[in-house]
Design a protein around this ligand. Structure first.
Ligand code: AHR
Length: 495
């Protein structure tokens, strides 16, 4: 059996884990909003038309920030269409996904949902077909006390108190040719700067996320980011990263090694920020916001063919996908010093941990790693020194069989470990140098023999998290045996 040692010293701290890395993303896309979170005709609808089954299931993920209304949709969205009496709201064409948008769910409904779910809203302004002024007006609608036009409009729509939306994205994937109103960097950043100036004049307490390169394979990767940051540095609080990964070559070992390249993407983007910071001799840091991430490669049905709520991007997730999602989370924790916000894309029906069919609901495999880590998220990320066997992956280079991260918080040590081995068990020794592991508080695992095994409405419990008992604590250390193709989250009392 392969043996790995996770060496830990509590003095080697990477940074406090920002709870906003456990965010989500809700876009007007396919059945994410209609038939997803909002479905007044469902027997599961509450008094506001929100799906109680979807809400109670998502509650388990304890998501912190929720990005809305897109995505690509945001670049053609006019927020005024989605407020006011519902029978007066227009049906419009959404060109991003070739869908009919009835505007029955808009800003006020989203904020109400956020309140019910205890999410902090994060709004993306339209810098495609929209104007900087329109962005400023939306911010006034959301954040200013009544007394001026758009704040009064909110009050007249039944919401006297401001919404106090802190996080605002300056457009979405504006480097992509597929984006409505795409602009090259020099033009995007002029528009973004104009919007940022207006927005910070309306409410100086907000935080702004500028569009970074939307993919590592974009021809302008990093050059876009440099140009954008150099121009808009004073207004930028965060820069966005996006990443969707897939097992394109049907090679599980290679796919599980993709974590290497997620680490690399985060570090490269941080280097870009540090480069511009150094060039400007600035004391300020611009941090990273990974506002779209997931596995997504099987379902590319993206043309809504002029329908309301069509079935788009309804990806089915299997065991290997769940292990890769765990790898994303490990990577985020390992970069707690630079990564402050992340949003799983998305939350329901569209590339999502949860799907609905009529009034039924199914939890997909990727739900579980998110739940397992999210409930153990409070604390400081620790630098692990991993001693153990590794393999060469064709696409991502050399990787340890065990991919891991650790969080220390309030007398507890949380360890997260993926066994990338396909057939072999792995022994893992958790070896703290300066504290003792005292006892196991609880541990969970997801695993299986078949990399492609997935939950379905007929068999919903194929890939679920279960209690993990194979952990022994002795002499201040812990030792466990991880089955092949597994992800384990463990919590120890330590001191
Ligand atoms: O999440 C689906 C889509 O992926 C988003 O709308 C877009 O930003 C990205 O390309």
């Amino acid at each position: 059996m392969k043996k790995t040692v996770l060496n830990i010293h509590t003095g080697f701290q990477i940074g406090k884990v920002d709870e906003r890395i456990f965010g989500g993303f809700l876009e007007h896309l396919g059945r994410a909003v209609y038939e997803g979170v909002y479905d007044p005709k469902s027997i599961n609808a509450d008094e506001d038309g929100f799906r109680k089954d979807v809400m109670s299931t998502l509650k388990r993920l304890n998501m912190t920030v929720m990005r809305y209304p897109g995505g690509n949709f945001a670049s053609g969205y006019h927020w005024l269409d989605g407020v006011g009496p519902k029978d007066k709201r227009p049906v419009v064409r959404d060109l991003a996904w070739q869908t009919l948008e009835p505007n029955q769910f808009g800003t006020d409904e989203f904020i109400k949902l956020c309140k019910k779910m205890e999410w902090s809203p994060m709004l993306t302004v339209n810098l495609g077909t929209g104007s900087p002024e329109e962005a400023g007006n939306w911010l006034e609608y959301c954040n200013l006390p009544a007394g001026t036009r758009y704040a009064d409009m909110r009050a007249a729509n039944g919401n006297k108190e401001p919404y106090n939306v802190k996080l605002w994205c300056l457009g979405n994937e504006m480097d992509g040719l597929w984006q409505l109103g795409h602009l090259p960097a020099r033009d995007y950043v002029i528009k973004a700067q104009q919007a940022a100036k207006i927005m910070k004049d309306v409410d100086s307490t907000i935080e702004l996320i500028v569009c970074g390169s939307c993919g590592i394979s974009m021809p302008t990767y990093m050059e876009w980011d440099r140009e954008v940051l150099e121009y808009i540095w004073e207004f930028a609080d965060y820069i966005s990263l996006h990443r969707y990964v897939g097992n394109y070559n049907n090679d599980t070992s290679d796919f599980l090694a993709v974590t290497n390249s997620i680490d690399k993407q985060i570090e490269e983007m941080d280097s870009g920020c540090r480069f511009v910071q150094a060039k400007k001799r600035s004391k300020k840091r611009v941090y990273l916001c990974f506002d779209e991430w997931n596995v997504w490669y099987k379902n590319h049905e993206s043309n809504g063919k002029g329908q309301f709520a069509p079935h788009l991007l309804e990806e089915i997730y299997n065991l290997e996908d769940a292990l890769v999602v765990a790898g994303f989370l490990n990577s985020f924790i390992r970069h707690s010093d630079m990564l402050k916000i992340a949003n799983l894309a998305q939350i329901v029906n569209v590339i999502a941990p949860v799907i609905t069919k009529g009034d039924d609901l199914l939890i997909q495999s990727i739900f579980y790693p998110f739940e397992m880590v999210s409930k153990r998220r409070k604390g400081v990320s620790l630098q692990l020194h991993i001693e153990g066997p590794f393999y060469e992956s064709p696409s991502y280079g050399s990787v340890n069989y065990i991919d891991a991260s650790a969080i220390l918080g309030d007398g507890k040590l949380h360890i997260f470990a993926v066994n990338r081995g396909i057939t072999e068990k792995a022994e893992v020794l958790i070896n703290p140098a300066d504290i003792d592991i005292l006892s196991l508080e609880g541990a969970e695992i997801i695993t299986g023999n078949d990399t492609k095994a997935a939950n379905s409405f007929e068999k919903p419990d194929v890939i679920v998290s279960r209690e993990f008992k194979e952990v022994k604590v002795s002499d201040g250390k812990a030792i466990c045996q991880l089955p092949p193709l597994s992800f384990v989250a463990m919590t120890f009392k330590a001191g």
